[in-house]
Design a protein around this ligand. Sequence first.
Ligand SMILES: Nc1ncnc2c1ncn2[C@@H]1O[C@H](COP(=O)(O)OP(=O)(O)OP(=O)(O)O)[C@@H](O)[C@H]1O
Ligand SMILES: [Mg+2]
Length: 252
Amino acid sequence: MSNLPLIEVQNLTQTIGAQEILRGVDLSIYAGETLVLLGKSGSGKSVFLRHLIGLMKPLQGKILFENTDITQLTERQLEPVRRKIGMLFQDGALFDSLNVFDNVAFPLREHDKREKKIQDKVYEALTMVNMTGHEKKMPVNLSGGMRKRVALARAIIFPPSVILYDEPTAGLDPIISDSINRLIRRLQKQLQVTSIVVTHDLVSANHVGDRIALLDRGKIHFWGSLEELKSSSDPVVRNFVEGRSDETNEVE
Ligand SMILES: Nc1ncnc2c1ncn2[C@@H]1O[C@H](COP(=O)(O)OP(=O)(O)OP(=O)(O)O)[C@@H](O)[C@H]1O
Ligand SMILES: [Mg+2]
């Protein structure tokens, strides 16, 4: 972990309709670390990640990626940035009409027509996620955990310097969740990536994360270690850790 932030988010502000989703998010992500982003459902975690790959433009604020403010880039200028960032979307986002091989090959085919090279890269990515032998299967015939692993293989097909995981273990049983957590750690080691893992799951946070940030009411309400999170006496943090709902905290 270096001392320079790889990504620096400054005063990120976004509204959707009349709703203020992000109200000045400040967050630094350092090269090589894994930051776990916690926050209750609807707090804006997925919206936040979409800004980091330039899928949404903020109302105000900056996102410095390697010192370039990506909020100011055109779609074309964003392309090389996006190639450095792998994103595991919350719903997996596999193409239902494509088999496993073609799903993983998809981002490559836009750049490379050499089928042998594509095959090698797809095989390499599927090996990383333990999914070789399933190339011909259609997404509908995969389990939830397998679908996540295929989506992850697609996210790392251009070896990324950053991986964003949106709820990688949601909806999976504890054993499969554990295998996904191990996979996240293995990718960190093998690819030496910087990662942001969005989760509700404190067990998962404990396994994969170096540092925790809690998004609440459109801001980073807390950041620190998991121990600091667990021992915090802040009422918002306590509610989150103890899994209490707190109606007064709704982002409305
Ligand atoms: N495309 C959209 N159109 C309208 N509202 C949206 C859209 N995307 C997100 N929102 C709203 O933004 C808020 C934050 O949504 P977001 O998906 O970021 O929450 P989240 O923290 O990821 O929740 P979860 O943990 O359930 O995935 C919610 O109130 C949601 O209704
Ligand atoms: Mg979400």
